[in-house]
Design a protein around this ligand. Structure first.
Ligand SMILES: Cc1ncc(COP(=O)(O)O)c(C=O)c1O
Length: 382
């Protein structure tokens, strides 16, 4: 009999809620993907490259022209030079990059610290490497790092700390001061960082992303992960990248070449073309998504949900204490979907153990105006 290596893992809530939305015909604000398409020029470029025969394996590290575009974007966004050949690797999604980075870092018995609530792929990746996650909750209501708790959680076995900013599901941002504190905390210790920055360009109200890429001390021990899927509205392409100093990159690549070897070739050609022709795309993203956030929040202001506007990501948390305090958030998400026709994600699923009295659901606002209006109308009737 096969004994599961991940006995606690089942079908994720994201699959379940999207399935329920499909069955019930509810508007799907659960799983994090746009209901609109990526830029036409980008999609046309894929078709062109497929027809022109760019359909064989790409280099294991990713197409050089795409890595160069990523390096140029990093230089424009953060004012730092990261080397396209020795520091940037294209991966089939940020998830594969995270998985490979974890396998490179974690040995049996090692500990990795995750800040709850956190993205669901971190823990299984650590467990498959024989490690164990130590969960440190972010401090409510702002989902800020509790430095004392984080410091207390570090042990001689700690090898890795995960960061995620802008943060899924809360939208919270780390500041440069946070990065300085972390650098100080792990200075002189054998601890690395995986910085999940897939929402790096989805940041609002004039704030600036504090990227680990631009923090020289932390970067020396970090894998910084991003996703073309989020930035170019093409989550289904599962194409991402990871940036790390040369020695770390070399170890990651040893694993990446046996997990997947390379990303999808015509997608990489298309992304490189589009990034070269449209560098303004990333600069326009904050305004593009902030307009969606504000539309959704303005409409939701007429409801019994309470919330503070998300500073980043395309997720908006909402507190439903005034509506159904009797329901836990999983029951609430199901009730909203079945009875009110809007699917959401319960926040407790991002925790090892969520606060008992937490009454939060997450809505994805990466949707067309019409979808957001219809959903808000239903939510205002709740
Ligand atoms: C925080 C976070 N990290 C990573 C990913 C995965 O990105 P990708 O689809 O490129 O694997 C997601 C997707 O939802 C995410 O929210």
């Amino acid at each position: 009999m096969l004994v599961s290596k991940l006995p606690n893992v089942g079908t994720t809530i994201f699959t379940q809620m999207s399935q329920l939305a499909l069955e019930t015909g509810a508007i799907n604000l659960s799983q994090g993907f746009p209901d609109f398409d990526g830029p036409q020029a980008l999609r046309e470029a894929v078709a062109r490259h497929v027809m022109e025969g760019r359909n064989q394996y790409s280099p294991m590290t990713g197409l050089p022209i795409l890595r160069q575009q990523v390096a140029a974007k990093i230089a424009r966004s953060y004012g730092v030079q990261r080397d396209a050949d020795s520091e940037i690797t294209i991966t089939p999604g940020a998830t594969e990059a995270i998985f490979c980075a974890v396998q490179a870092l974690i040995r049996p018995g090692d500990e990795a610290i995750v800040l709850d609530p956190c993205y669901d792929s971190y823990e299984p990746s650590v467990e498959l490497a024989g490690g164990r996650c130590v969960h440190v909750p972010l401090a409510l209501p702002d989902f800020a790092v509790d430095w004392q708790r984080l410091s207390d959680a570090i042990s001689p076995r700690t090898r890795l700390i995960f960061l995620n900013s802008p943060h899924n599901p809360s939208g919270a941002l780390l500041t440069r001061a946070d990065l300085d504190k972390l650098a100080e905390l792990i200075r002189g210790r054998d601890i690395h960082v995986i910085s999940d920055e897939v929402y790096e360009h989805l940041i609002y109200d004039g704030a600036r992303h504090a990227s680990v890429l631009a923090h020289d001390e932390l970067y020396q021990r970090a894998f910084v992960v991003s996703s073309f899927g989020k930035t170019y509205h093409v989550t289904g392409w599962k194409t991402g990248y990871v940036v790390a100093p040369p020695a770390l990159t070399a170890e990651l690549r040893k694993i990446h070449q046996y997990v997947n070897f390379c990303g999808v070739t015509p997608l990489q050609f298309a992304l490189a073309d589009f990034m070269a022709a449209h560098p303004e795309h990333v600069e326009e993203l904050p305004a593009f998504y902030q307009a969606k956030r504000d539309l959704f929040c303005d409409l939701l202001a007429g409801s019994r949900f309470t919330f503070t506007r998300a500073p980043g990501t395309y997720f908006q948390l909402a507190d439903y204490s005034a509506i159904r305090p009797d329901l836990d958030d999983v029951a609430m998400a199901e009730w909203l979907t079945r009875e009110h026709g809007v699917a959401a994600i319960p926040v407790s699923v991002f925790y090892q153990s969520a606060p008992e009295d937490m009454r939060l659901v997450r809505f994805c606002f990466a949707k067309r105006e019409e979808t957001l209006r219809q959903a808000a109308e239903k939510l205002c009737a709740v």
